[in-house]
Write a protein that binds this ligand. Structure first.
Ligand SMILES: [Zn+2]
Length: 244
């Protein structure tokens, strides 16, 4: 009995250490080569990604720990890394079965909880030589800070009576999404079409709206327009049927 209590205590202390130390400050977690992690380890992230907390239940008690963090992950499209590339010098050498097995290590429910999924193509040589200046990090930071200020102002009234205050778009509840991400008729038709075409889930629907709201905030726009919405839909890259 003593041994079991000590083990539970050790586990809770470890979780405490991680989620009050590492994640308390809304840190980012970067997982490179995502499919190389054990599937069981990846699946336990589903609850904190959804609820921003972790519940540890034992026979006599349940303890909740805050776990609000940003997950950033990277992966190749196949084990050799060249599937989908238009490069005869590096053809993909994987079999369809290998590609499916590799991609299958990331479950649909986990993918569903990732707001932005981008398929990044290799940069062609002509673009590497490009000398046209692009937006620098300092000005991007300014836009992000402005967008966060817009979000703080947006939720100020909501937070007066809310049980759980909202500080940014990602933390919106489904009810808040309905209130703050309203679409006009054109956007509504567009999203309805995308939902059918891409087979998006209800969870993905809310996440698309939150991302569209953030894109609109970054652009300083009061309302979500079709360009913001289309960009947000384009970030559901791995929901597409032609992904593999
Ligand atoms: Zn390959």
């Amino acid at each position: 009995m003593k041994k079991s209590c000590a083990k539970i205590g050790l586990i809770l202390a470890f979780i405490c250490l991680i989620f009050t130390g590492l994640l308390k400050w809304h840190k980012s977690v970067f997982l490179d080569e995502l499919p190389e992690y054990k599937r069981t380890a990846l699946e336990v992230m589903r609850q904190p990604l959804e609820d921003r907390k972790i519940c540890v239940t034992r026979s006599k008690m349940t303890v909740e720990f805050p776990a609000s963090f940003m997950l950033v992950a990277a992966m190749n499209p196949c084990p050799c890394g060249h599937y989908g590339e238009d490069n005869p010098a590096h053809p993909c050498t994987c079999t369809p079965a290998q590609i499916h097995r590799y991609m299958g290590r990331i479950s649909g429910p986990l993918l569903d909880r990732i707001d932005i999924q981008c398929d990044i193509q290799a940069v062609p040589y002509t673009m590497l030589k490009e000398t046209t200046p692009s937006e620098n990090s300092a000005s991007i930071r300014e836009r992000v800070v402005r967008a966060r200020q817009i979000q703080q102002q947006r939720f100020a009234a909501y937070n007066v009576t809310a049980q759980k205050p909202i500080h940014c778009n990602a933390q919106m509840t489904p009810k808040a999404v309905r209130e703050y991400c309203q679409l006009d008729a054109q956007c509504d038709r567009l999203l309805s079409h995308a939902m059918d075409k891409l087979g998006l889930s209800a969870r993905a629907y809310d996440r698309v709206l939150k991302v569209a709201r953030t894109i609109a905030d970054l652009a300083g726009a009061e309302n979500i327009n079709s360009a913001h919405l289309m960009e947000a839909i384009s970030y559901r890259n791995m929901d597409r049927a032609d992904w593999i």
